[in-house]
Design a protein around this ligand. Structure first.
Ligand code: C2O
Ligand code: CU
Length: 568
């Protein structure tokens, strides 16, 4: 028989052993996401839309660096869907990454509802990320913040703010977003623009019927606040500004930056920015606001606002002060802000920029036109708008790339996505013959060896019109080592790269008729989507897939799929 002392000792040993399996700070956190239809009224319109747990925006996920987050996604709605954890690298585990027909088939709707237990594997991410639907245009109402705090024993690399506030920029369409998507894909023209923008789901009091629908933040004079800013807007880069207050950027895409002081922010769809501001102005009410930066095409020119309200005794102004924005079309304002971002890059947060490149890729990003029978399309010249990378318009397969790769199914994709565009021309000249603009449909992947050191230059083209492209890579963060306007020049530009403290990001706006160079090490085996985060551009085909091969070591191989992987 075991004595009490021995029993006690065994239990104690058991705790030590179990605790030793994972790093001491890692915890498992569980969430339950039920997808359903719910009613929401904004700007004098009531509509039914898809939401998680009936909430709009959806629930916030909280975790600490290195945790495992398990989300049970239950589809009780009437549409198929997938959910993506934007910016989470998911080391060796693309199975729960989420992009529809890239890493999974959709979670189908049924009665009582199909479910998928998604293991969201955090590693070095720390800061703000978000999650969103990754099928069709459902992310318009299916999204939320994903906040990753430092481990319990660590602090921020800046003084702890008095309070932290997630600010999610979203957009509101009076119509059904799915119908808007189907219409523009059918006509070949541009999609309808949004009817308004939202701060944490609220349009703000500059819109009709919205005085109650305004996000408010009460602040104490002298205190510092952290805003965790997420751009969840469908089709626009946004300027964000707080009247009379400067901000200090401290992180982007869940990686710390050198403090960057500015009086405005430009943020791409997909991107996140953590910023601090001090309530150091005369006690009053001030607007925080966001509106579009657009380098081309139609856009929603409205302004969403929230109110920063100082506590204390004062006579509030009739209307709060409104910030003044850069002009809608100020590419300079957008690019200047983004190109000032720098990694924190200190002893505690070192960086590791690849220097000897094994793979040098050059990808053109184009909006294209394709002729339609009897000139029947709604795009320019009565043709159909399309988009491409290296002149290939992505066609998603009917089963997913990841399944096809893992099970060695043939006929799902080809492996010839080119490292360079098929033909070379002056990408950014003012007018380009339309015949150069014909893209090819393809389901091609680009294969990278494990630990390949990759430099990828994105080159915007002016084919059917130049515009910024916020490019997003799944499974990785990358260093943004350079960018500029006009055509990239292999002799002139690389010597100017920043290899000392480039920002570490997973979404970067390639400027209108310009280029951006990124570097990363392909140390995460799997199947990873890369696409423009403008929803209309990815719907037009501006996406491609990387397959990163397994490495030789036991810890360098993709893990097997979970048992409840959705089937096509
Ligand atoms: Cu924010 Cu492919 O996604
Ligand atoms: Cu784009």
């Amino acid at each position: 028989m075991l004595s009490t002392a021995k029993l006690f000792f065994l239990c104690f040993l058991g705790i030590i052993l179990l605790g030793g399996v994972t790093p001491s700070h890692a915890a498992t956190r569980r969430y339950r996401f039920v997808l359903g239809n719910s009613n929401h009224s904004r700007m004098c319109t009531n509509k039914t839309m898809l939401t998680i747990n009936g909430q709009f925006p959806g629930p916030t996920i909280y975790a600490r660096r290195g945790d495992l987050v398990i989300v049970d996604v239950i589809n009780s709605a009437d549409h198929n869907i997938t959910i993506h954890w934007h910016g989470v690298k998911m080391p060796r585990y693309p199975w729960a990454d989420g992009p529809e027909f890239v890493t999974q088939c959709p979670i189908t709707w049924a009665d009582p509802g199909t479910s998928f237990r998604q293991r969201v594997v955090l590693s070095d991410e720390e800061g703000t990320l978000w999650w969103h639907a990754h099928s069709e245009w459902y992310r318009n109402s299916v999204y939320g913040a994903f906040i990753i705090l430092p481990p319990r024993t660590e602090t921020y690399p800046f003084a702890k703010p008095h309070a932290e506030v997630p600010i999610l920029l979203g957009d509101w369409f009076h119509g059904d977003v799915q119908e808007i998507m189907e219409t523009f894909l059918a006509t070949g023209g541009d999609p309808e623009v949004s009817d308004g923008f939202l701060i944490n789901g609220q349009p703000g009091d500059l819109y009709p019927c919205s005085s109650q629908d305004t996000f408010k933040l009460r602040v104490e004079p002298g205190k510092t606040y952290m805003i965790r800013l997420v751009n969840a807007v469908m089709n626009n880069i946004m300027f964000f500004k707080i009247a009379n207050h400067n901000v200090t950027v401290v992180a982007t895409d869940a990686a710390y930056t050198k403090p960057l002081r500015s009086d405005y922010v430009a943020i791409s769809p997909g991107q996140t920015i953590d910023l601090l501001f001090v309530a150091n102005q005369p006690p009053s009410r001030y607007y925080m606001a966001a509106r579009v930066y657009s380098s081309g095409g139609d856009f929603d020119n409205t302004t969403t606002t929230g109110i920063i309200e100082y506590v204390g005794n004062y006579t509030p102004p009739a209307t709060p002060a409104l910030p003044s924005f850069p002009p809608f079309n100020s590419t300079a304002a957008s690019h200047n802000f983004t190109s000032q971002l720098r990694s924190l890059a200190n002893a505690k947060y070192p960086i590791d920029v690849p220097r000897n490149m094994s793979d040098i890729l050059f990808f053109t990003l184009s909006i294209n036109l394709r002729p339609c029978p009897n000139d029947s399309c709604a795009g320019p010249f009565a043709e159909r708008l399309m988009a491409s990378i290296n002149n290939i318009t992505l066609q998603l397969p009917k089963t997913d790339f990841l399944q096809a790769y893992y099970r060695r199914l043939s006929g799902v994709y080809t492996t010839d996505f080119p490292d360079n565009p098929g033909f070379v021309f002056n990408y950014t000249q003012t007018t380009i013959p339309r015949d150069l603009a014909r893209p090819q449909n393809g389901t091609a992947v680009n294969i990278l060896d494990f630990n390949a050191t990759v430099e990828l230059v994105f080159q915007g083209t002016n084919l059917a019109g130049g515009i910024d492209h916020p490019m997003h890579l799944h499974g990785y963060s990358f260093y943004v080592v350079g960018s500029g306007f006009g055509n990239f020049n292999r002799t002139r530009d690389p010597p100017n790269y920043n290899l000392v403290d480039p920002p570490l990001m997973e979404t970067i706006a390639v400027p209108e008729n310009g280029w951006t160079a990124i570097r990363f090490k392909a140390n995460n085996p799997g199947v990873w989507f890369m696409h423009c985060h403008f929803e209309r551009h990815v719907s037009w085909g501006m996406g491609m897939v990387f397959i990163v091969r397994d490495g030789p070591g036991a810890n360098e191989k993709m893990l097997p799929p979970p048992p409840d992987m959705p089937r096509c």
